[in-house]
Write a protein that binds this ligand. Sequence first.
Ligand SMILES: Nc1nc2c(ncn2[C@@H]2O[C@H](COP(=O)(O)O[C@H]3[C@@H](O)[C@H](n4cnc5c(=O)[nH]c(N)nc54)O[C@@H]3COP(=O)(O)O)[C@@H](O)[C@H]2O)c(=O)[nH]1
Length: 824
Amino acid sequence: MQGADKNRQTESSVAQQDGSIPRALTPSVSAPPRGRRLVLIVWLFVAITVAVLGLAIQSMELLAAGRSYIAGESIWSKSQKEAVIHLARYVRDRDAADLAAYEKAIAVPLGDRDARLGLESATPDLARVRDGFLRGRNHPDDIAGMIRLFQWFHDAGPMAEVIRLWSEADKAIVELTVIAARVRESVAAGGPDDGEVQRYLREIRQINDRLVPITDSFSATLGDAQRTAQRAIITLMLAVSALFLVAGVGISRRLLRQRDVMEGSLRESEAQLRQLVESAPLPLLIVRRRDEAIVYANSRAHQQFGVTAAQARTSKASEFYADTTMRDAMIAAIDRDGAIRDFEVEMRDRHGQRFWAVISSQRIRYQGDSCLLTALHNIDDRKRLQDDMRFRAFHDALTGLPNRASFLDALDRALKVAKRNEERFSVLFIDLDRFKVINDTLGHFAGDRLLQLVAERLREGVRESDLVARLGGDEFVILATGHGGPEDMSRLAEKMLHHLENPFSIDGREVGLTASIGIASYPDDGDDLDELVKNADIAMYQAKEEGRNAFSFYAPSINKLTLQRFDFEARLRGALERDEFMVQYQPVVDLATGRLRNVEALVRWRDPKSGLVMPAEFIPIAEETGSILAIGRWVLERACRDLKEWQSAGLLDMRVAVNVSARQVLHHHLVNEVYEALQNSGILPDQLELEITETMMVHDPAGAERALRSLKALGVRLAVDDFGTGYSSLSLVRRFPLDTVKIDRSFVSGCPSDPESMAIVQAVATLGRMLGLAVIAEGVETSPQRLAVAAAGCPFAQGYLFSRPVDAHRIPHIARAALGTTVQ
Ligand SMILES: Nc1nc2c(ncn2[C@@H]2O[C@H](COP(=O)(O)O[C@H]3[C@@H](O)[C@H](n4cnc5c(=O)[nH]c(N)nc54)O[C@@H]3COP(=O)(O)O)[C@@H](O)[C@H]2O)c(=O)[nH]1
């Protein structure tokens, strides 16, 4: 409302019919513009009025000039008569007074004569003419009209006759002046005698007799001319008026027709525009500013606000704004700028349902009132998308928990608050134990589901004020604010471990899971963001070192150890790319012949920092970090290629055994990788033996069985490593499609002195023989052990007694030797 009147002159005009559309929106019709037409009509009537006025003035002037001639003729006639009388007296009495009276009287006709002669000359001397008329005692104001009348109409009927009679009369006047001159001369000479007097009087009488009919005629003709002119003028005026009347009627009819056409076009345009506005895809409103009344709303607006047309008419626009502050800001912007474009505002419909809209609005005049024409666009979907994107930017898509960015943000805020208020808070770094193995074992879908369930349990276990976030993978973090000291944190960590202890149900399976938690607190364990997170991570490693399913507080003393571990892990991650791995091969000997049965591939890491690293040191870490998959694949490829080379060198019966970790076995790509290794190298499937540990088979028998059967279908051989260390050894050999059993070194080392070890070796050898499995005794270091395992029925053996693991190039040499004793 404010400032409405002030700005009225800037508002658009609108049609005034009820419900019509703002004229500012009406398309133009094809007639000339209304303003221009109006100007033309005004000018036409001005021209007509000027013409009529001009004609009337001229007519009146002509009539006035006619009357001047009549008046002049009267004076002329009287003067002429006086001149005759006084001249006759002078002739009779020779009285100078009569002569003077004569001269005064005759000056009038002579003046008029001079004027006439002047007007009849080819180049009239108007001064002379005017002087003549003045001497003829005509009124000075009439002279100009008399001159014009003479000039314009001297050839026209009555006027020509008047001038002719005037010339006739002037001849008689001139004759009179001649007689007067003769009389004067005669008087001067003492005459005239009686005879002359009589003659002069007779001549004067004759002239007068001639003049009387001329002047009568002159007077009558002048009267006729005046009447004729009067009639002509009246006729002309009537004709002109009739003409103007006809023209006026014609123009008016034309204007009316044009107005009808324009109104028709306007109505049509308005109807079209109304239809357009009605069917516009956007809600449109016209709101009266004075009282916020909705004076027009299209059907989309009715839908948007959940109102009928009747309800809209009785509603106030302000009812539909969710927030009056926003509405006030919008009105202020309109008052300032005259219009607003794409103003974002929250609205609500009649039922209170809120939605976001962008509004464009401008001031208009509508039905004589200052109004706002407003178009709005519901942007709820866009807002939702934006909110969703914002949520995604700060939340983990899988678990819905705040993500790393969100956590760091919250941590930053917590730090500032804690510094300001001198408060404590803690970061709990949670890493799930062996999650990667579970993920590989159960598949990624199950792994994802497990992470979601873990997230739920963690969230349920914390206070409202604490923040649980997922940093990525199986790493979670809790930002615990408003807690007391380490006791509180211990309780929280224990509670979390306890929460996770109950098995998770995934796809009908019970999955057990534990976690390791590291705790770092502000200000004791760091006073910036990075340090706190890093130290909580270090503490978490400490908890893992302590055997998992545990929590640990950060302490500077654990830092060095853990950093070494970090460093080791980091170096291991890049070792493959840097080509730091190598494979050695350890022979497996046929105890009956002493010849080579096969070789076992054993990986080593040439770490630039710590030298040759044995697999027992790095394989568990590689398994935990997942890099075992790439390392295992590389060993497989390498071993197959080396075997192919030995075969090319003539060792045709050779086989190679490759260790495969649990994560590799359960990984879906192993079958493909083995197939590719066979294809790439060109060795036969049964020349490759894959060694799987017994513990792995026991841990997930179903997964292992599935994987081993797929591998078996390729035609490769399968061996169970470390046989006897698990608890289901016998059931394993029945369930899995095995070819070879390797008796664990711990049993072989007890031979032959330990009867239990001997008995186990013997039992396994017998079992193998009966099931058609090859049995290899591992870790044979001494001749008595060799003799003992041979006596127990083991056909094959492996151990330092025969050969330590050696580089590939030495295998052909060893193979050709009789391996009765240690080669090295
Ligand atoms: N997943 C993979 N695991 C691998 C790979 N390469 C090795 N490994 C595993 O590491 C374990 C340790 O291997 P390594 O240090 O090479 O030890 C092997 C031999 O050197 C050792 N051995 C052999 N004979 C004797 C002996 O007489 N005495 C004695 N003390 N040790 C001996 O045993 C290891 C081989 O044993 P096994 O595999 O059970 O046949 C190793 O156990 C593998 O599991 C790899 O590429 N992938």
